[in-house]
Design a protein around this ligand. Structure first.
Ligand SMILES: NC(=O)c1ccc[n+]([C@@H]2O[C@H](COP(=O)([O-])OP(=O)(O)OC[C@H]3O[C@@H](n4cnc5c(N)ncnc54)[C@H](O)[C@@H]3O)[C@@H](O)[C@H]2O)c1
Length: 462
């Protein structure tokens, strides 16, 4: 044991004797007697609730959405990554219970925030969900609580928004209560990396905050990496998402150039991927979607302005990625033109509306943007997505409208003038699709296994 470990051990013993808030909380965490409140039970909050409850903590889920709360209390999951037979036993054994009432925070030892962080209409950060949540937490804050923010946000949020409100209670961070940012890294649909085996970054306000937060997360997550501050942890997360946004934009730009040069971008990328070092594969597509990649980098852009700094890579990546639905429209127009048909009035069938394969999430989906563009053009456009029941369209229409998914049949394919693959769901039978379609614009190279030449002749790649 080195000198620093000896000092830490002596401090822990002293804390235990005095029964400091930190010592009491660490003991509850170590023995799984800590009660955990998770605020916001969506794609991030619900899998986390299951992960934490599985190791023995009692979890209170808090969400404003009454329907979600009722479903959880019946053991019914609305998130792809959480199976009912995983959730139900935890509900039946009183390990997870959901509420709409924030008063449950008073009983919790650990409070985790997983609320949305969207952009406003003017594409500035909308931190109102975090603000409302921390105002509720402040009402019930008491010594011996750990509060962690998992929502993705700009560097500085935990300190500037959360700490300011929580310290108004008169309680002191690092002594009475503990505050940290620990960004969620969930990858919806990923079977290999779950909440449990995806390592997690923790940045506490003080060394004591880091110690308590790391102790808590270490119980349920395999590897914890502590950093020196919440701002560092916040920057780690926005950087991770910016890294993806920029690299996807780079291959999208390559796709635009390959189109002009008559090259097959997929062949180029497959060959480049054979390099055993210094290469990482990203693929082009109809644009980016979901709650992270199209949004989070702009949290950083907004914050950078405070420092008179212009985040050029982020802006450029946003510009290229958001142009992609327009490019797909152009591809459709050209594919129709080759068959002597105009775009206007054509019957266009989109396959997939979710932003990602095998998911039901269509938030910010490029498919929705393309649907809006085509509807505004006056096209007769439909979509089939086995995961998405319906989507609502707000942009480019005078009133919000709902477009429902249709079943994928031979008849609907044959009735279309052009079929467009937007999401490469594994449930789709691409042989069947190409066989019954007049022409297929494939934005994901999903039809790569369709090999017969007369079928390939119908496929137009991005
Ligand atoms: N979805 C992802 O893949 C992903 C991955 C990593 C990080 N994140 C981040 O995690 C955060 C949550 O994302 P999500 O995808 O889980 O969102 P979500 O929309 O799926 O879930 C958020 C939940 O919070 C609830 N809610 C909203 N306001 C609330 C309030 N004031 N009090 C209580 N509940 C409230 C909503 O009803 C909803 O159920 C965001 O910051 C997001 O950027 C998301």
């Amino acid at each position: 044991m080195n000198v620093s470990d000896t000092i830490k051990t002596s401090q822990a013993m002293a804390d235990a004797v005095t029964g400091s808030p930190k010592a009491i909380l660490l003991d509850k965490i170590a023995t799984c007697r800590a009660k955990v409140a998770i605020i916001g039970l969506g794609y991030v909050g619900l899998p986390l609730a299951v992960c934490v409850a599985k190791i023995g903590y009692a979890v209170f889920g808090i969400d404003l959405n009454q329907e979600r709360v009722s479903q959880i209390n019946l053991g019914i999951s609305y998130i792809n990554d959480v199976a009912n037979d995983e959730l139900l036993p935890l509900v039946e054994n009183d390990k997870i219970r959901a509420y709409t009432d924030f008063a449950k925070i008073a009983e919790a030892d650990v409070v985790i925030i997983c609320v949305p962080t969207p952009l406003t209409k003017n594409r500035d950060p909308d931190t109102s969900y975090i603000q409302k949540t921390v105002t509720e937490i402040a009402k019930y804050l008491r010594p011996g609580q750990l509060i962690t923010l998992e929502s993705t946000t700009y560097p500085g949020t935990t300190e500037e928004i959360m700490l300011t409100v929580l310290e108004k209670t008169g309680l002191k961070v690092g002594e009475d209560f503990f505050l940290a940012h620990s960004p969620e890294r969930v990858d919806p649909g990923n079977q290999r990396y779950t909440t449990h085996n995806t390592n997690k970054v923790v940045g506490g306000l003080t060394p004591a905050c880091n110690e308590v937060a790391a102790a808590f997360y270490r119980k349920s997550i395999l590897d914890i990496i502590t950093v020196s501050s919440p701002s560092c942890a916040e920057m780690v997360k926005v950087f991770e998402n910016t890294f993806r946004a920029v690299n996807i934009a780079l291959v999208n730009e390559l796709a635009l150039l390959c189109d002009k040069m008559g090259l097959n971008v997929w062949e180029v990328l497959d060959a480049a991927a054979t390099k055993p070092f210094g290469m990482m594969s990203f693929y082009p597509g109809p644009g980016v979607g979901g709650h992270c990649i199209p949004i989070d980098p702009f949290y950083l852009t907004w914050k950078a302005r405070e420092y008179n700094f212009h985040t050029r890579f982020i802006e450029l990546a946003g510009e290229i990625n958001s142009f992609m639905p327009q490019f797909v429209r152009e591809k459709i127009m050209r594919a129709l033109g080759r068959r002597g048909k105009p775009l206007y009035g054509s019957n266009i069938l989109m396959l997939g509306m979710a932003y990602k394969r095998d998911l039901s999430d269509w938030r910010e989906s490029p498919g929705v943007h393309l649907l809006e563009i085509l509807l505004a053009d006056g096209e007769d456009v439909h979509f089939c997505d086995p995961y998405v029941g319906a989507v609502s369209i707000k942009e480019r229409t005078p009133d919000e409208m709902t477009v429902a998914s249709e079943p994928l049949t031979k008849e609907i394919l044959e009735a279309a003038d052009c079929v467009v693959v937007i999401t490469d769901h594994s449930d789709f039978d691409y042989d069947f699709i190409v066989t019954h379609s007049p022409v297929v614009v494939d934005t994901r190279n999903a039809c790569r296994a369709v090999l017969e030449q007369h079928q390939r002749d119908k496929i137009v790649l991005l």
